[in-house]
Design a protein. Structure first.
Length: 256
C-alpha cells in the first residue's frame, strides 16, 4: 500500500487513529520515531510557531514549503489543515489542494467556517458546492487526497450545535467528504449521535472533558486529533525552563 491507501485504512480500524499534530519538521520526526502512525498540521500551532495569528494569516507558501519538507523526511502519512482553503474561490482552493498533493500530502482538512474577526459559518449550500467541486476535481484527476471536513458548531458553542452538526454532516457526506471532524464535541451521547448519523469516519479533538480513547473507540470514533495542545504545553515547559535559568543563575534546569 502507498501512503494514501495506508491513511485511508487507518480510518477503518477497530481502534481510532491517533493523529499527532505537528508544527515543524522536527516535531514531525519526533512523532514518527515515537510510534505514531500518521501526522497532521495543527493550523494554530504552526501559525504560532511562525509568529502569525491563526486564521489563514500564515502565508500559504510557508505552509506549502513546510509540507514539502515534512513529506521529504518522514515515511508515514501526512495531512495538512488548510483551514478555509486559503482562498475564497473554488478555483483557488482547488489550486492549493493540487500544490499540497504534489508536495506529497495525502490528506487535508477543510473548515465550513470563514476565519476573521469573528468566525462565520458558510451557508450549507455554499459549502456543499465547494466540497462537491473539490471532490469532483480529486476524482477526475485521480488525486490521492483524503478530504476531512471540519464543522464548527461545537467549537463556536452554538446552542443548537448537535442538530446543526447532524444536518451539515449529511450534506457533506453527500457532497463527497471522506471524513467528518467535529472539534470540541465531548459528550458521549452527542458523539454517539454524530457517529451514527454518517457512514464516514468521525474525528474528534483533544479536550479536557473528552472521554478516554477506549470509550471513544466503543462509541465508534475513528480518528482522534491532539490539536495545538501538545505544542502549547511544550512551549509552556520551555518558558518555565528559560525563567529558571535566570532565577537559578545556572543551567541546571536544562542539563538535569
Amino acid at each position: 500500500m502507498n501512503l494514501f491507501e495506508t491513511f485511508k485504512q487507518l480510518h477503518q480500524g477497530e481502534s481510532p487513529l491517533l493523529l499527532a499534530n505537528i508544527w515543524d519538521v522536527n516535531s514531525a520526526k519526533i512523532f514518527e520515531t515515537s510510534g505514531y502512525k500518521a501526522i497532521g498540521v495543527s493550523s494554530q500551532a504552526v501559525s504560532d510557531a511562525f509568529g502569525y495569528e491563526d486564521g489563514e494569516n500564515l502565508p500559504f507558501e510557508v505552509l506549502l514549503q513546510l509540507a514539502k519538507r515534512v513529506a521529504e523526511v518522514v515515511s508515514i502519512p501526512f495531512s495538512v489543515d488548510m483551514e478555509g482553503g486559503y482562498s475564497r474561490t473554488i478555483d483557488g482552493i482547488i489550486k492549493n489542494i493540487d500544490h499540497l498533493h504534489d508536495a506529497g500530502v495525502v490528506g487535508i482538512n477543510l473548515e465550513d467556517t470563514v476565519p476573521g474577526a469573528a468566525r462565520q459559518f458558510k451557508p450549507v449550500a455554499e459549502f456543499q458546492k465547494i466540497l462537491s467541486a473539490v471532490a469532483d476535481h480529486i476524482s477526475r484527476n485521480n488525486l490521492q487526497v483524503f478530504v476531512n471536513i471540519r464543522t464548527d458548531g461545537f467549537l463556536l458553542g452554538m446552542p443548537n450545535a448537535l442538530a446543526d452538526t447532524l444536518s451539515r454532516i449529511r450534506s457533506y457526506e453527500n457532497a463527497g467528504a471522506d471524513g467528518i471532524f467535529v472539534p470540541c464535541i465531548v459528550n458521549s451521547g452527542d458523539i454517539s449521535e454524530v457517529v451514527n448519523a454518517t457512514r464516514l469516519p468521525v474525528n474528534v479533538m483533544c479536550m479536557s472533558a473528552l472521554p478516554g480513547f477506549d470509550e471513544l473507540a466503543s462509541l465508534g470514533v475513528k480518528r482522534i486529533s491532539m490539536g495545538p495542545f501538545l505544542f502549547n504545553k511544550a512551549n509552556e515547559h520551555i518558558g518555565n525552563m528559560a525563567k529558571a535559568i535566570i532565577t537559578d543563575k545556572n543551567f541546571s534546569s536544562i542539563l538535569s
